[in-house]
Design a protein around this ligand. Structure first.
Ligand code: DX5
Ligand code: ZN
Length: 238
């Protein structure tokens, strides 16, 4: 059953800056344990990367995994669709438990229609931009967005090198949002780690996706806690 037009998400987002661990780098055979660990560490939401082998050269998860994750956690679920023709699947992902959906500008010919499809089904709607896509492409749709996801790697894989050009892009987008009195959140995704998170926060991002920085290694709870602490220190942190 779909939620009515204009409904709020089932799970509200944290009001301030928050860490969104990407389960792409987690051990899928122990997913519930991995999610429990990052929740204890202070994750504010969970990021789920959906790849179709067409828009990006990799395949990952679909609605059944989102539904299983939904049963194991009360965190908001942030679903990043790196797929062609996302309109065909949006309702299924929201029914499975997605609270936020991002679609790629580069994959969607009728963004206005797609964004409103997401909202009609009761989730927060966002658009993701690849590193080479300028923010000006969102000027006309910005008032309709709950969030903008700025990629700091080319999408498709975890563990890639952070592209620092995203910092200026975040600053520019923050400026445009403030000049127009718009409240869309800025999310950054790709290579986010302790050495760049403070600069991303200062630039104006408030949602921080981190995959390998959280899950590569032995202690995802401690790694999430260290990144969550940087989020909590606020934009003044250095
Ligand atoms: C990349 C995905 C990211 C990825 C981030 O296409 O969108 O969410 O999981 O992983 P790291 O943090 O390792 O770059
Ligand atoms: Zn992602």
């Amino acid at each position: 059953m779909s939620r009515p037009s204009g409904a709020r998400p089932r799970v509200p987002l944290p009001p301030g800056p928050a860490l969104a661990p990407s389960i792409l780098s987690a051990d899928f055979a122990r997913l519930a344990e991995e999610i429990a660990a990052v929740t204890e560490g202070g994750a504010g939401l969970l990021h789920l990367d959906v790849m179709d082998g067409h828009f990006v050269p990799n395949l990952t998860i679909g609605p059944p995994v989102v539904a299983s994750v939904r049963k194991t956690t009360s965190l908001p679920l942030d679903v990043h669709l790196m797929i062609e023709e996302p309109d065909r699947y949006i309702e299924r992902f929201i029914d499975a438990g997605a609270d936020m959906i991002s679609v790629h500008q580069e994959a969607v010919p009728h963004l206005h229609r797609t964004v409103h499809l997401i909202r009609e089904h009761g989730a927060l709607a966002g658009v993701a931009l690849n590193p080479a896509t300028p923010i000006a492409t969102l000027d006309d749709i910005l008032p309709d967005l709950d969030h903008v996801l700025l990629m700091s790697v080319n999408p498709g894989f975890g563990g890639q090198k952070f592209l620092p050009s995203v910092v200026a892009k975040i600053e520019a987008l923050r400026g445009r949002l403030e000049a127009r009195g718009l409240a869309a959140r800025i999310e950054v995704d790709g290579g986010v780690a302790a050495d760049n998170l403070p600069a991303l926060l200062r630039a104006g991002a408030t949602l921080f996706v981190a995959g390998s920085a959280v899950f590569d290694g032995k202690d995802p709870r401690a790694r999430a806690a260290a990144l969550a602490a940087l989020c909590e220190r606020g934009p003044g942190a250095r």
